[in-house]
Design a protein around this ligand. Structure first.
Ligand SMILES: [Zn+2]
Ligand SMILES: [Zn+2]
Length: 388
């Protein structure tokens, strides 16, 4: 990729800004300072700015010509509630708050591309730059959609990017199909009839039903889901009875856990099967079960069209072969809320060597500023490729 001048992305300023954001991290839906800076930078570049989307989210809109196509590029802005233990000079100045996932870098890379595109305008159509709040489990993408994002900004495709330790800072991975798992939670309560521990025949034992359920639940992945489809069902919490009353069989036993899948079909299957199993076991023991499955984040599944655009853009941005067989991650990203509604592609950009003890969500993690140029080039190339 060639540019008219040597530093089209103002890298010195962008690195300074990235470190400033790193020093001033903000938790999900509290990104007041960050979104002020983002909005001011977009405005200074002559980009139309929409504040307060999903509380602290910002959308920048750039139109060139009368092209009818419209795309969105999404960055996340939030930090995590954890202490920073590394020794960088721009270390977090806020107690128990840290950019441990690199969203400071994501914000700056998209901003660098937006400023550049506002100057060069080498495309026809509309780009919406999404600066999303609260990616880390607080529902920022959903909040933007609930605020009418898709009505206000109709889009044909959407793109997301995350840094990835283990790939070089001029290396990217773009893979069609499932990228990140769905992340849902479930709860089952067995409602029996409590009784004296010495007289089980006078009640209906929820405890024994719960025990059967806990062993049987692993047959869902082993015996029902297609063996070629990854899935996880884990029980992670259980309550019932009281250790100060070991002669009492309780009325109720409550069990909760997580369910993960990489396709909407398997996700539906897990939701249905956990409930079926709970009801069946309750019936066997002559009791009742209540069941709740809470859909939190859908899987991120890259669509073919946008993935081929992202692949070309990644080649142009890095000048080297793009990794196309990068394995899916068991983590989740609420980019899926956008990608579930319009065709999307979520890509990985290298963060340099993977250092054990400094990976994502570790107190010594840091975004690698050497990746800013690659990321900004990638975003620019996506726009120029999609909106020719
Ligand atoms: Zn994270
Ligand atoms: Zn992240």
């Amino acid at each position: 990729m060639s540019h008219g001048h040597n530093d089209p992305f103002d890298l010195d300023a962008m690195i300074k800004l990235r470190r400033d954001l790193h020093a001033h991290p903000e938790l999900g839906f509290e990104e007041e300072r960050t979104s002020q800076i983002v909005a001011a930078e977009l405005e200074a570049a002559g980009i139309e700015v929409h504040r307060g989307m999903g509380k602290t989210g910002v959308v920048g809109t750039l139109r060139v010509g009368d092209g009818s196509r419209s795309i969105a590029l999404r960055a996340d802005m939030d930090a995590l509630a954890m202490p920073e233990l590394g020794d960088v000079p721009y270390k977090s100045g806020t107690a128990n708050t840290m950019h441990a996932c690199g969203h400071d870098g994501h914000t700056v890379m998209l901003l660098a591309a937006a400023r550049h595109l506002a100057r060069t305008r080498a495309f026809f159509g509309t780009v919406h730059f999404i600066f999303q709040p609260a990616e880390e489990g607080r529902g920022g993408a959903k909040a933007m959609l609930d605020d009418g994002f898709l009505d206000r900004f109709p889009i044909d495709t959407v793109y997301g990017l995350h840094n990835m330790p283990g790939l070089a800072t001029d290396e990217m991975a773009v893979v069609v199909g499932p990228q990140l798992a769905s992340s849902d939670s479930w709860e089952v309560t067995f409602h029996g009839v409590g009784t004296h521990g010495a007289k089980p025949h006078l009640g209906r034992d929820a405890m024994t039903a719960a025990a059967h359920f806990l062993t049987a639940i692993h047959t869902i992945v082993a015996r029902i889901v297609d063996p070629l489809q990854p899935a996880v069902v884990s029980a992670c919490a259980i309550t019932g009875g009281d250790f100060r009353a070991l002669n009492v069989i309780p009325d109720d036993v409550r069990i909760g856990g997580t369910a993960r899948a990489y396709t909407p079909q398997v996700r539906d299957q897990l939701e249905a099967e956990i409930g079926t199993l709970a009801q069946g076991i309750a019936t066997t023991f002559g009791i009742r079960a209540s069941y709740e499955f809470k859909r939190r984040i859908p899987p991120v599944v890259n669509a073919a069209g946008p993935t081929s655009v992202a692949l070309k853009a990644a080649e142009a941005a890095t000048g080297r072969p793009v990794v196309t067989d990068f394995p899916p991650s068991t983590a989740g990203d609420d980019f899926a809320e956008f990608g579930n509604r319009v065709p999307g592609c979520y890509v990985w950009l290298g963060n340099g060597p993977a250092v054990v003890g400094a990976l994502h969500h570790n107190s010594r993690y840091d975004f690698n500023d050497a990746a800013i140029e690659t990321g900004a080039r990638f975003w620019t190339a996506v726009v120029e490729e999609e909106l020719r």
